[in-house]
Design a protein around this ligand. Structure first.
Ligand code: BGC
Length: 279
């Protein structure tokens, strides 16, 4: 006989991430902010990374602390190797270790391909792809050093890459962004393959259209929102909290056997909505 539901509930760790130490990059706005707050709500101590606007990061810290867990803000540009190394080493000093990395920091610099400057191309690749790699590499070193601590988690560490539906949906006018997220998909799967034998789980969350500052033009007028909803079978623009809950679940031991997966949180945007009536 298998374990009954009540037995497994007794052994599951609630709150979900109690005692775990999480770093969320780009955590002072949008999806990163909601995720940092969401992880605090389920028991994690949280480092709130930001690159500018310290006040907004401090506000996120205060909100997380209201749940009775620890938090602090840390300024670092994720595309800078030394700043990333410094951020993780301070986290080990302050919190003792890192259990969960949410590599979230990302940006858009949109332009038609023929107008796109090398600087626009490079900036997006640097932050969205190289930044995730640097954070994953530094976090993994600490996971490997520490290994599994069974009282805390079944795995030695969790890396969650913030990807996008554009890791598989081509996006005219955004070639730098789509290329960066396509890169995140293969980086995530490769790191998952490489680290899994060490009990490190690497996965991705791929949001669709979420109401945040990055895509304000796509939802902040009724006409724009109506246009956007044609791409979303579930007919709702996502909220940052939709992503936060997915990240918390994926980071928890409830998802311990999920390795190298992408969880699309997109109201069905990746379901080829144009084919609902055509084809
Ligand atoms: C982009 C948003 C866009 C969404 C759906 C996200 O990754 O950052 O600007 O609205 O994908 O297209």
């Amino acid at each position: 006989m298998g374990t009954s539901i009540s037995e497994s509930r007794q052994t599951a760790a609630y709150p979900l991430l109690k005692g775990q130490k999480a770093l969320v990059t780009g955590a002072n706005s949008g999806i990163g902010k909601a995720t940092a707050i969401g992880l605090g709500k389920v028991g994690a101590d949280v480092v709130v990374n930001y690159v500018s606007d310290r006040e907004s990061a401090e506000a996120v810290v205060r909100e997380i602390e209201s749940f009775g867990v620890r938090a602090y803000a840390h300024e670092a540009d994720v595309s800078q190797e030394n700043q990333v190394a410094e951020m993780i080493s301070r986290m080990v000093d302050e919190f003792g270790t890192i259990d969960v990395l949410v590599a979230n920091a990302g940006l858009q610099r949109d332009a038609a391909a023929t107008d796109m400057t090398l600087a626009q191309w490079q900036k997006v690749l640097d932050v969205n792809l190289t930044g995730q790699f640097l954070c994953a590499r530094e976090a993994a070193k600490e996971f490997l050093r520490r290994g599994v601590v069974p009282e805390v988690s079944k795995s030695a560490g969790k890396i969650i890459c913030m990807s996008s539906v554009h890791q598989i949906i081509p996006w005219a006018g955004h070639v730098n962004y789509a290329a960066s997220k396509g890169g995140v998909l293969m980086m995530m799967q490769t790191l998952a393959q490489e680290f899994a034998p060490h009990k490190i789980r690497v996965n991705a969350v791929a949001p669709g259209a979420i109401r945040t500052p990055i895509n304000r033009d796509a939802w902040d007028s009724p006409a724009a929102e109506a246009d956007l909803l044609r791409l979303i079978p579930y007919r709702r623009v996502g909220d940052p909290e939709d992503i936060a809950t997915a990240v918390a679940a994926l980071a928890s031991d409830l998802f311990d056997y999920v390795v190298g997966a992408t969880l699309y949180v997109d109201g069905g945007m990746t379901l080829f909505p144009g084919f609902a009536t055509g084809g």
